[in-house]
Design a protein around this ligand. Structure first.
Ligand code: HEC
Length: 357
């Protein structure tokens, strides 16, 4: 096909570029795992500053890839074959590496700032995107070396990069603008087509205080907020899921994660109460830790036998647990009851505080 370059590059130069590409790709894959290193870098003044350029920098590879694809399309339909896109795709891949490094700096300079699941997916699609661009460059080097033979392979890798780019930017957009940024502005026909209104027509009803279930309405929301990004449907770190009662009992690699009747013997409490700098503390360093009020509620639930179903109104709620629940409600911005503890109000007559120890 294209014999654009007057002097075909030498074989050893092509080998050199390929090895370089391979090395950079390997670094790009390993880098996200070097959390300690990234953490230190990201909290240094320059790292912290440069991270903020991620949203700016990421537009370079996006724009350049689209340009390269347009150039290749142009060449398909023109007699004059134009010059090789080897240079432009090199710059595209290079700018993607820079955007990725800035992104990692941003992530580590603002721990807990972004939705974990989205962040993780965004990061890995970003890595895939960058590696595909590097692969596209290396492919192009060899296609040029072969005088244009096998150009369809290059086109294929370019298209795959465009797909990965779409995936990465979709999650990136959701993270910064919220998941509904696009769809909330969609015209009714589009919303209907996407089935959006059905989903949203069931507003989350506030559970009246007396109806609340200790496990489902008090304990589980804490796990949802602090644990299930790693121990839920999407990820099961340590082979542990925490998104259902059965899963908690089943536990993970280390066995059951809860011991009904004893917070002290429950693995989740053991992990939560490890010193903050312990490698095994949960949630891991850098994530939003469990607050004292949350811990109090979880421990109380475990100590009182970890019932799967028990209405709050029927539970014996010690005063300090009631106060903790009230503060958590307040923090969640849900006015679900009178300002003082909804629980202790409900069952003043039956609630006996914890036995004095
Ligand atoms: C950012 C991800 C992340 C979050 C959030 C997280 N964990 Fe973990 N968790 C892990 C990883 C990784 C492991 C496996 C390594 C280990 O055992 O330390 C693990 C393991 C565990 C284990 C041991 C499971 C087993 O049987 O081996 C328990 C218990 C646990 N986590 C509890 C929790 C609790 C409770 C929370 C919420 C307060 C939480 N985790 C939040 C990443 C996370």
């Amino acid at each position: 096909m294209s014999a654009a370059d007057p002097d075909p590059p030498s074989r050893s130069w092509a080998v050199f570029l390929s090895l370089g590409g391979l090395l950079v790709a390997a670094l790009v894959i390993v880098l996200p795992f070097l959390e300690g290193f990234l953490g230190e870098l990201a909290t240094s003044p320059w790292g912290n500053f440069l991270g903020r350029f991620h949203p700016l920098a990421l537009h370079l590879p996006i724009g350049m890839l689209l340009l390269v694809i347009l150039m290749e399309f142009g060449k398909m339909f023109r007699v004059d074959k134009g010059s090789s896109t080897q240079g432009p795709i090199f710059l595209t891949a290079g700018s993607a590496v820079v955007a990725l490094v800035f992104g990692l700096l941003l992530q580590h300079s603002r721990p807990g700032e972004y939705d974990e699941v989205l962040l993780d997916r965004h990061l890995w699609w970003g890595v895939v995107f960058t590696c595909l661009l590097i692969a596209a460059f290396v492919t192009k080097v060899w296609v040029d070396w072969a005088g244009g033979e096998g150009n369809f392979l290059y086109l294929l890798v370019l298209l795959a990069s465009a797909v990965a780019m779409t995936m990465a930017s979709h999650d990136g957009g959701s993270m910064t603008h919220g998941k509904k940024f696009l769809t909330e502005a969609a015209p009714p026909e589009v919303r209907e087509w996407l089935g959006l209104d059905e989903e949203e027509s069931e507003p989350e009803e506030l559970v009246p205080p007396a109806e609340r279930d200790v496990f489902a309405d008090l304990v589980m929301p804490i796990f949802e907020a602090k644990c299930n990004s790693c121990h839920g449907e999407e990820k099961q770190k340590g082979k542990l899921r925490m998104d259902s009662y059965a899963a908690l009992l089943a536990g993970g690699k280390e066995g059951a994660s809860i011991e009904p009747g004893s917070a002290f013997d429950s693995n989740i409490i053991f992990r939560i109460e490890l010193p903050p700098d312990d490698e095994e503390v949960m949630p891991p360093e850098g994530k939003k830790p469990i607050t004292e009020d949350e811990l109090r509620v979880i421990k109380w639930w475990l100590d009182s036998g970890a019932p799967e179903k028990q209405r709050l109104a029927e539970a014996e709620v010690p005063e300090e647990v009631g106060a903790a629940i009230a503060r958590l409600d307040e923090a969640a911005g849900e006015a679900t009851g009178p300002p003082d503890s909804p629980a202790s109000d409900e069952n003043e007559d039956e609630a006996s505080p914890l036995p004095d120890l």
